[in-house]
Design a protein around this ligand. Sequence first.
Ligand code: FEO
Length: 163
Amino acid sequence: MISNTINEILNEQINKEFYSGYLYLSMSAHLKELGLCGFASWTRLQAKEEVEHGLKIFDYIINRDSFVTLKQIRTPEFEFQGITSIFNRILEHEQCITRAVMEIAQKAEEESDRTTLNFIEWFIAEQNEEEEAVKNIIKRLELFGDDKVALYLMDKELSKRID
Ligand code: FEO
């Protein structure tokens, strides 16, 4: 069984992951409206991945004979100011999630909860990968964002993501 502190922070993290899914879905809908189907597909797949992250924590809590307490998921943003600002917003959001994951690791370390520490390390690596991928997209958007042909090619490239 895990401690109350760890249990609570993990339940909060489930909510953060599901909220991330909502945020990506909201962005996906907006991008689809703009006709950027590749970007829309990329963010939609990311939403699915976020729900999977939430479920991974959900299963972990249950496997440790502890309690899942699902909280209300807040309404995501739905007004955005263009493609580059959407990806800047994604980066800002993911950095916030990284801090939350680090906090879980910190608490697990304080409590010498090696199992949770080991579990959360997967999320730390995942966050690093996500931030890198988003930074890469932002870099290219900043370089080519005003060029419609380059944007079209990027959209086509992002549409190739399959999971
Ligand atoms: Fe699962 Fe992007 O945080």
